[in-house]
Design a protein around this ligand. Structure first.
Ligand code: C2E
Ligand code: CA
Ligand code: CA
Ligand code: CA
Length: 278
């Protein structure tokens, strides 16, 4: 197994030689994947710590490669970012997410669905128009969509990012800051961004039960979020102890393996149907 894994990692090393044959083959494969149905979304539930109910889900992309099996996003998102394919990939993912949201709406069980953006997507002046068109095409009200952007993505070009995010937020789409605490968003910036949610970086959350300073950071970020009128979300909730700690810090929402791993849609629907609440 270890050997197989090494082979796969080396074949997909996003930092590898730009022109290596494997990389070029993979790039061709990714172009094909964007035209076909090899990219799939898995959904991870978000649970409200005040009601105990499922309050949303994050869509996470995987590549079902016909020969290589399921490839995680860490192995092809960087490739897409470096080859100009991230725009089409984000559009593809949004389309899949909204198709699914449409099914959930038709079943009477819509939920707030979060989709991830890459740093480069924030440099695309027409992103707001693209998202608006897809929402209209699928007849999905904007309030069911959240876009997650990392601090570092915003910091690439803060002014431009803020203007674009404002045009997106004006439509009624929510914006979450992902991996908060890992980057360098100045608090001054944060105040002026049209965001509604802070997602605490998972590295602090997964270790908060054993590392006192990380626990303090988590508590401070929740407090900061609340002081700015934002909802605080913790991802990387891997144990009951972490969940209890977050509840005592009045964190709003939890996401993590202790609740559920990201699941293919059928398994996700079954998980939600049998969720007993907290
Ligand atoms: P992220 O947006 O920070 O997503 C959270 C990652 O943490 C996911 O990994 C998720 O499966 C994982 N995770 C969830 N709960 C736990 C937990 O309790 N413990 C631990 N250790 N990990 C947990 P995944 O799905 O492999 O995605 C990795 C990254 O790839 C994402 O990080 C995001 O940056 C990127 N990504 C995923 N899907 C997309 C996409 O559709 N578009 C773009 N641009 N990026 C994506
Ligand atoms: Ca995310
Ligand atoms: Ca994150
Ligand atoms: Ca991340």
């Amino acid at each position: 197994v270890a050997k197989q894994r090494n082979l796969r990692v080396s074949a997909y090393d996003p930092g590898g030689d730009e022109h290596s044959p494997t990389r070029l083959a993979l790039l061709g494969d990714l172009r094909r994947a964007l035209r076909g149905d090899e990219l799939v979304l898995h959904y991870q539930p978000k649970v409200s710590l005040s009601t105990g109910e499922v309050c949303g889900a994050e869509a996470l992309v995987r590549w079902q490669h016909p020969e290589r099996g399921l490839i995680p996003p860490s192995e092809f998102i960087p490739l897409a970012e470096n080859t100009g394919l991230i725009g089409p990939l984000t559009r593809h993912v949004l389309n899949l997410a909204l198709l699914q949201q449409r099914r959930w709406i038709d079943n009477g069980s819509p939920l707030k669905l979060a989709v991830n953006l890459s740093a480069r997507n924030l440099l695309d002046e027409r992103l707001d128009v693209m998202v608006a068109e897809l929402l209209a095409e699928h007849g999905v009200p904007a309030r069911w969509l959240t876009l997650e952007v990392t601090e570092s993505a915003i910091m690439t070009d803060p002014k431009r990012a803020r203007e674009l995010l404002e045009r997106i937020a004006e439509q009624g789409i929510e914006i979450a800051i992902d991996d908060f605490g890992a980057g360098y968003t100045s608090l001054g910036q944060l105040k002026h961004l049209p965001v509604t949610e802070l997602k605490i970086d998972l590295s602090y959350v997964t270790t908060m039960d054993t590392d006192t300073s990380n626990s303090l950071i988590v508590r401070s970020v929740i407090e900061l979020g609340h002081n700015l009128g934002l909802s605080a979300v913790a991802e990387g909730v891997e144990s009951a102890a972490i969940l209890t700690g977050l509840t005592s810090f009045t964190c709003d929402v939890a996401q993590g393996y202790h609740l559920s791993r990201p699941l293919p849609v059928d398994a996700f629907d079954r998980w939600c149907a049998s969720w007993p609440g907290l």
